[in-house]
Ligand binder design. Structure first.
Ligand code: NDP
Length: 483
């Protein structure tokens, strides 16, 4: 059976109370394959009724699941991880088909990370401890961290299973039950995960999946009175809408939003490494990673040399069929997103930029865009301030450390940055001065799941990762015992 003919691809389902079901209204919409532009399946067009049913199932499952011993929860999560690992090739191929990403990347990044997410939180909960505060000889306080109840998890299309599992794993490890709303553009691996959690023996209702549009199913989830928390990853504008709905209902809220990340390269950097890694941080996943370093700043003395080498390496990237093992850059997620990316390339020309390479969509079916490098723009241009989220980067020279920091901080975003230098003192100084949640020195996307992860300013509110995730998905209750 080819991946495209798998029943999960042809007919995506909701997963409510342990059953794969259709939307209550029986309506569907088409799932479009990014690399062909053709319809490859149907997705339930869920609404409030489906969200109500999923929340009810999650509420029913909560009392028993929240009292299940941590060791049992851990065993079930480890089993889920094993089953994802068993099915890794099929999951990687489906993710590639559904999102347009190269299958080689799904094999290397997305699916292993989904396995790691479940293993990490499965074992983390075995090592939890809690604080106690002795008030002189008068009282002893201790902190109980208890699960919240039914929580809502909303994830984007760029790293579908990777980000879905990054939310589901800590939520259920901590004893919550959940309702996940994947992006309507990449619904398939969520349905496959539903089958996997059933096979692993997870009790019905612990994980529920409601497919459909954000403005309908997603919105209903953020407004639902019985949903205790919303963990959202997506764009900044959507994040504001989610916060507007969730905050007045006093839900706990975690917002992981967009980025316009600087990649700062000083003249003393290891140029080979900086060029090779910057190619990845620019064009991996077609530039559709929130952490991509789309604004490259290079110290003027090496600027031209860097541009020459970077452009030459960009030209070597193979753009094409995501299911071909040799492909480096696949298809963008949708026609609308391709139009947005092309629009920014046109804007770059109007703003006075020079297209050093790329600049056009590919003349073939599907939503392909050439990896594109733009020079000659300054920090006040829209192209350097707005998230493009595609295979488009700018390269801008800077004069000195002070200017590099000012350029890095010149947007409203604050998600991540990379800094390239062999000067240790400078690395620490610049890391401290750039306003964002993650700074990589001489590397990019090196992730340790224990570290706090999140953005500042318009890149988000709150942190995920390690204890931060487990704290988000629990309520801290202080118990004061008079001595
Ligand atoms: P969107 O903000 O468009 O969508 C994210 C999710 O929210 C989707 O599931 C979407 O559903 C849903 N949604 C849309 N409208 C609403 C609403 N009113 N209420 C509730 N849910 C809603 O983001 P994209 O999917 O386009 O993903 C790309 C964005 O995600 C980029 O900005 C990127 O930077 C960011 N991102 C951030 C990361 C981080 O960790 N900070 C990591 C990865 C991506 P639907 O798709 O059906 O509309």
């Amino acid at each position: 059976m080819t991946v495209a003919s798998m029943p999960e691809v042809a007919r995506v389902a909701n997963f409510i109370g342990g059953e794969l079901v259709d939307a209550a209204g029986g309506e569907h919409f088409d799932n479009i394959c990014p690399s062909t532009g053709e319809v490859m399946g149907e997705v339930p067009d869920s609404d409030e009724r489906d969200v109500d049913a999923a929340v009810a199932a999650a509420k029913r499952a909560f009392p028993s699941w929240s009292r299940t011993p941590a060791a049992e929860r851990s065993t079930l999560l480890l089993k889920i991880a094993d089953l994802i690992e068993r099915d890794r090739e099929q999951l990687a191929r489906v993710e590639s088909l559904d999102s347009g990403k190269p299958v080689s990347l799904a094999r290397k990044l997305d699916i292993p990370r989904a396995v790691a997410n479940f293993r990490f939180f499965a074992t983390a909960i075995l090592h939890e401890s809690t604080e106690a505060h002795a008030t002189d000889t008068t009282a002893l306080n201790y902190t109980l961290r208890q699960p919240l109840g039914a929580v809502g998890l909303i994830s984007p299309w760029n790293l579908p299973l990777y980000l879905l599992s990054w939310k589901i794993a800590p939520a259920i490890a901590a004893g919550n039950t959940c309702i996940a709303k994947p992006s309507e553009l990449t619904p398939v691996t969520a349905t496959m995960l539903a089958r996997i959690v059933t096979e692993a023996g997870l009790p019905p209702g612990v994980v529920n999946v409601v497919q459909g549009f954000g403005a309908k199913a997603g919105r209903a989830l953020t407004c639902h009175p019985d949903v205790s928390a919303i963990s959202f990853t997506g764009g900044t504008v959507t994040g504001a809408a989610v916060a507007a709905n969730a905050a007045p209902r006093f839900k706990k809220l975690s917002l992981e939003l967009g980025g316009k990340n600087p990649n700062v390269i000083f003249a003393d950097a290891d140029l080979d490494d900086a060029v090779a890694t910057s190619i990845r941080s620019s064009f991996w996943n077609q530039g559709e990673i929130c952490l991509c370093g789309s604004r490259i700043f290079v110290e003027r003395s090496i600027h031209d040399r860097f541009v020459d080498r970077f452009v030459a390496a960009t030209k070597k990237l193979r753009v094409g069929d995501p299911l071909d093992d040799a492909t480096d850059v696949g298809a963008l997620i949708s026609e609308a997103h391709l139009a947005k990316v092309s629009g920014y390339v046109d804007l770059a020309s109007r703003e006075g930029g020079h297209i050093a390479t790329g600049g056009r969509r590919l003349d073939r079916p599907g939503f392909f865009h050439e990896p594109t490098v733009i020079t000659g723009l300054t920090c006040d241009c829209r192209v350097l301030n707005e998230e493009i989220f595609g295979p488009v980067v700018t390269i801008t020279p800077f004069e000195n450390e002070r200017e590099a920091i000012a350029f890095a901080n010149s947007t409203n975003y604050g998600l991540s940055a990379s800094v390239w230098t062999r000067d240790l003192q400078r690395a620490h100084r610049v890391a401290s001065a750039i306003d964002c949640g993650t700074i990589w020195i001489n590397t990019w996307l090196l992730r340790d799941l224990r570290v706090p992860f999140g953005g500042m300013r318009e890149s988000g509110v709150g942190r995920e990762g390690g204890w931060e995730s487990l704290r988000f998905f629990t309520e801290a209750k202080n118990v004061c015992v008079k001595l």
